[in-house]
Ligand binder design. Structure first.
Ligand code: ATP
Length: 270
């Protein structure tokens, strides 16, 4: 069934405090997603309409999925996720139908948050729609637009979409009344990297010489996912050495290892 394509989590376990360096993004999401889901009467009283949907954009591995899960958890909303590329690749010819069922499920499980990852796979602007595959993607997008247009801003369903290719999106999806709130989720800056290191080492036995500022300085350009990989690798270094504590040197070695993988990946991309 299509249900396999959708990931439904009644209560995600991610909390805002698990997310490093994105406090401004969290503040905005709380205002446009959490608040209207929890206190719609505020908006009715004042007489404004919150956005129906939000677009998160930025490089992979910097926390978009985490943000969506955390807002769902803190809004007591069901989290229903679908990946754009899977929608168009796995069930050819049925994309539109799956989108319809996705929103049916969202209404049934309301309050809910529909998370569409890799939105660009279904909502890229096309110069010409020649092949049948392209027409199929087009039909899926049309259905998505119809679903978004079909509910009201204060219905208890919100859409959060994510992409790392905002430049190729069809402007139709960003029009007022659709995904008209755009939030950038960038690579973490210096302070963000310190926070992410602190979060992922919370339960780690650390030696006293750990210098978080130095770790953040040495990981300029790393994503949150890469910082997490550094922490895991540092832990492995301690285990390999039969130690019960993770040292600064374990981290420095781990940073070099993750950095060399980053370089490899970049070479493969050509
Ligand atoms: P993608 O575009 O690949 O879906 P994403 O931006 O949605 O990436 P996540 O899936 O949220 O990224 O992040 C991957 C993992 O990296 C998370 O599960 C988490 O462990 C870690 N991570 C990424 N960003 C952060 C962050 N800002 N704070 C803490 N951990 C992070």
């Amino acid at each position: 069934t299509y249900v396999q394509l959708m990931e439904v989590i009644e209560k995600p376990s991610v909390k805002y405090e698990d997310i490093g360096g994105l406090s401004e993004q969290i503040r905005e999401l709380r205002e446009v997603v959490e608040l209207p889901l929890k206190n719609p009467e505020l908006f009715e009283e004042i007489g404004i309409e919150p956005p129906k949907g939000v677009l998160l954009y930025g490089p992979p591995g910097c926390g978009k999925t985490m943000l969506a899960k955390a807002v769902a958890a803190e809004s007591n909303a069901t989290f229903i996720a679908i990946v754009g590329s899977e929608l168009v690749q796995k069930f050819i010819g049925e994309g539109a139908r799956i989108v319809r069922e996705l929103f049916e499920l969202a209404r049934k499980k309301a309050p809910s948050i529909v998370f569409i990852d890799e939105l660009d796979a279904i909502a890229a602007k096309r110069i010409d729609i020649g092949t049948s595959g392209e027409r199929e993607v087009q039909r899926t997008l049309m259905q998505l637009l119809a679903e978004i247009d079909g509910f009201r801003p204060l219905d208890k369903v919100k859409i959060i979409a994510a992409t790392n290719r905002i430049d190729i999106l069809d402007p139709a999806i960003l029009r007022p009344g659709r995904l008209d709130r755009i939030i950038e989720v960038p690579l973490p800056d210096f302070n963000g990297r310190i926070e992410i290191f602190r979060i992922h080492t919370r339960r780690m036995k650390l030696a006293e010489n750990i210098d978080f500022q130095e770790l953040a300085r040495m990981t300029n350009g790393f994503t949150g996912a890469e910082i997490k990989a550094v922490v895991t690798e540092a832990g492995y270094n301690a285990i390999r050495d039969n130690r019960r504590q993770v040292t600064m040197n374990d981290f420095l070695k781990a940073i070099e290892k993750v950095r060399s993988k980053k370089k490899l990946r970049r070479v493969e991309e050509y």
